[in-house]
Design a protein around this ligand. Structure first.
Ligand SMILES: C[S@@+](CC[C@H](N)C(=O)[O-])C[C@H]1O[C@@H](n2cnc3c(N)ncnc32)[C@H](O)[C@@H]1O
Length: 400
């Protein structure tokens, strides 16, 4: 039986889309992009284990099953009613229209009419309003056991989908805030972004069973390493600071105790440009967020280091960026010694978006080609709103 599923992305749709494409490479799954809705339609020949799939993804927040895609308004209402009628005596439901094809007023009319009809057969009927057009949060859907209906209008007919899986908010919250050690100054990655990066590094993780090794040579607090463990990798982390490695050790011990991954981790203190000092070879993939320079603070159009301890003029900023370029190129040259042929590198290169000018990683990307890597894709941008440093994620392939 062919089913169609919608994958809804959070705040990073571009990354969510690539993660999903990467995730389903080589699976017999046909995908259709409805990019203008920031969501993805997936058609498949058999029913997927949707909660397991969702638990493996970082940037998909919901999966919904398409109930029909050629409804007029009356059929839409009838389809929702029929779906709710099937369930238990108590009904909790919500509706939203992520593409805004139905106005708030039309959604209200729909709700009232469905409630009226349901009241003839059901005892307790509760409707939960969505905070915005994107629909209800994962927490509300899971806790209140809400039947959520999503309504789109890709052409002149309505598409109706029912949310069937939501992100495991308990896992993500624990994976982020439950760790013994955090270091906001060095710019820790959100675990969901780290997971998406891990997924970009592999073709079709849902099919891969053999043992794979993931390395993060700028591991910091170990966010990428923990999400690598979650994805079934044996992970190796290194950082040039022994103080950092002590904390990473505690974080990953905590993670292992909490989530019992099947594979192990090992950690080393070493500079990323001297990585081949370690007894490593045949690494499957390197997933990393390198050092990104000092934390910058913008005040009245001027750039300072954190706490406004030092003002950074244009020349100083350009030198900082040049230093980063040198570090990344030196590291990528070194990593070829331990990475498998065709091994992947998923790496973040920062760009600085400053009041008077911008510094982008274009030169680094040019040089990377000369080192013997091909650029599979990038940049996929990630940043917090208003941030002056944007993270550009690239996927590289080791050619030799
Ligand atoms: C941006 S942080 C990584 C944060 C990490 N992704 C996380 O979520 O915790 C960069 C890390 O690189 C380390 N570092 C800086 N220069 C390095 C070098 N040359 N070799 C190895 N590690 C380095 C720093 O100690 C820092 O922990």
């Amino acid at each position: 039986m062919e089913e169609k599923y919608l994958f809804l992305f959070g705040n990073t749709p571009q990354l969510g889309l690539k993660e999903l494409e990467s995730f389903f490479t080589n699976c017999k799954v046909s995908v259709e992009n409805l990019e203008r809705f920031s969501l993805y339609v997936l058609a498949k020949t058999s029913v997927i284990d949707y909660q397991t799939v969702l638990n493996q993804l970082g940037c998909t927040i919901k999966i919904a099953l398409v109930l029909g895609d050629d409804y007029d308004a009356a059929q839409l209402e009838a389809a929702i009613f029929q779906e709710l009628k099937k369930g238990q005596q108590k009904v909790v439901f919500g509706t939203s229209s992520p593409d805004k094809s139905l106005s708030q007023q039309s959604l209200r009319v729909l709700k009232v009419e469905i409630k009226r009809k349901l009241s003839l057969t059901k005892k307790g009927i509760r409707f939960i309003d969505s905070p915005d057009e994107r629909g209800l949060s994962s927490v509300v859907i899971a806790k209140e056991k809400v039947s959520e209906f999503l309504i789109f209008k890709p052409d002149n007919k309505f598409l109706l989908a029912k949310t069937i899986a939501v992100q495991n908010y308990e896992y993500w919250s624990k994976a982020d805030f439950g760790r013994p050690f955090a270091d906001p100054r060095s710019g820790m990655l959100p675990p969901k972004i780290a997971r998406a990066m891990v997924n970009l590094s592999q073709e079709c993780p849902c099919n891969t069973k053999e043992s794979r090794t993931l390395l993060d040579p700028f591991c910091g607090m170990g966010t990428i390493l923990q999400e690598g463990l979650a994805d079934g990798f044996a992970v190796i982390g290194s950082d040039f600071s022994s103080e950092v490695i002590k904390k990473t050790q505690k974080n990953l011990e905590w993670y292992t105790k909490e989530f019992k991954p099947v594979k192990n981790f090992s950690l080393f203190t070493v500079d990323a440009v001297h990585l081949s000092q370690l007894p490593l070879s045949e690494i499957d993939c390197i997933v990393t967020e390198g050092y990104m320079g000092p934390t910058l603070e913008i005040y009245q159009e001027e750039v300072f280091t954190s706490g406004r301890t030092e003002k950074l003029n244009t020349e100083k900023l350009k030198n900082i960026y040049k230093g980063l370029e040198k570090l990344y190129i030196g590291s990528l040259r070194e990593w070829k010694k331990v990475l498998k042929k065709d091994g992947k590198v998923v790496m973040i290169f920062p760009s600085f978006h400053l009041p008077k000018f911008t510094l982008k990683p274009e030169k680094i990307i040019d040089k990377i080609r000369n080192l013997g890597y091909s650029i599979s894709y990038g940049p996929l941008e990630y940043s917090r709103f208003g941030a002056s440093i944007i993270r550009n994620i690239y996927l590289l392939n080791n050619l030799s």
